[in-house]
Design a protein around this ligand. Sequence first.
Ligand code: FE2
Length: 131
Amino acid sequence: MASISEHIQIADWKKEKHVPVIECPGEVKGDTLFDVKVTLGKEISHPNTTEHHIRWVALYFAPENEKFVTQVARAEFNAHGESIEGANQGGLYTHHSATISMRTRKSGTFHALAYCNIHGLWESTKEIKVV
Ligand code: FE2
């Protein structure tokens, strides 16, 4: 039986507009708040229309040498120009970007997932070290 992981695409965010970009310090102090920004389209912008948009991003953290991940946050982007007047007539668009404040005592790897309503699931990763 196939796993959903076979449908998660990985690419270089500088060349592929669907790949989430994780922005955070590479090193953090233990148990001290820092911000992690998850966004898309830093190099190549992704459309944000009623027909084609990013529905959500989710951020997970895998502590070094541990089996299980923790979900850090999930952001839903629910406004994409929908209106009673028709597609893209509403004038309100949620931009696919989320900033999360967090702290950790453990080094590890962030995994960000982004879901495009047409092009499916995309992943990127970024390591952080607690110093
Ligand atoms: Fe897309």
